[in-house]
Design a protein around this ligand. Structure first.
Ligand SMILES: N[C@@H](CCC(=O)N[C@@H](CS)C(=O)NCC(=O)O)C(=O)O
Length: 223
């Protein structure tokens, strides 16, 4: 039996969605973030030393890191579903986006979250204007331009085909969804990106996405 070690409001929601798309049976072990630090509870480190989500166990196999979890599940159980044919141009795009999502797109979105917190976290009153000024400079000169560059790129890519890796929906769309949902929550993705907004509408309407939400529980991305 596949067990998804599911942290609330996290990347592991994507794995529930993938399993629903593949129609596989699985169980969920739920973990709650610490309400102040937002970190995962220490119990998750018993599953994998980094204690981050997603991580799955399947018999005596443990797989962490969302791209690796997705590759494991589609390779082991997909029977060719949700992956473009080997050797095709779509497969190269698929592999690129599987890595781009966590390797490139998520980095400035995480920095935005951290710098927003720097501005609002408790500190001596005289330090706040300095902290705010540094944070706003970093966001204005680096973080937001990076996020916009990534969104512009993804918007243009969706002009080439219906989905990110061709005209068929693939697991790369699932992998990219978290960066796009995080961009909608905190990175300026709105009506200014019509193709990306429509992409979010299309994935949220998928029955498997809805079923994963029902099983995973409340899903609200950190702002
Ligand atoms: N690149 C990793 C990122 C894993 C990650 O940072 N997960 C977050 C949840 S979205 C987490 O576990 N945060 C809680 C913590 O680090 O304690 C992946 O894609 O799996």
């Amino acid at each position: 039996m596949i067990t998804v070690h599911h942290l609330n409001n996290s990347r592991s929601q994507r794995i529930l969605w993938l399993l629903e798309e593949l129609g596989l049976g699985y169980e969920i072990k739920k973990y709650q973030r610490d309400p102040h630090s937002m970190l995962a509870p220490p119990e998750l480190r018993a599953v994998h030393p980094l204690g981050k989500a997603p991580v799955i166990t399947d018999g005596d196999v443990t797989v962490a890191e969302s791209g690796a979890v997705i590759e494991y599940l589609v390779e082991r159980y997909g029977n060719g579903r949700l992956v473009p044919p080997a050797g095709s141009a779509d497969k190269r795009r698929y592999t690129y986006f599987l890595h781009f999502a966590e390797g490139t797109a998520m980095a400035p979105l995480l920095m935005k979250l951290v710098f927003d917190r720097v501005e609002t976290s408790p500190m001596p009153f005289f330090a706040r204007p300095i902290a705010r000024s540094i944070s706003q400079k970093v966001k204005g000169s680096y973080i937001m331009p990076q996020i916009r560059q990534h969104l512009d790129f993804m918007e243009a890519e969706l002009g080439k085909s219906a989905w990110f890796a061709g005209d068929e929906f693939t697991a790369a769309d699932i992998q990219l969804s978290f960066a796009l949902e995080a961009s909608a929550a905190r990175g300026g993705l709105g009506a200014n990106y019509p193709k990306l907004s429509a992409f979010l509408g299309r994935i949220h309407a998928r029955p498997a996405y809805q079923r994963a939400l029902e099983r995973g529980g409340k899903y609200e991305l950190l702002k």
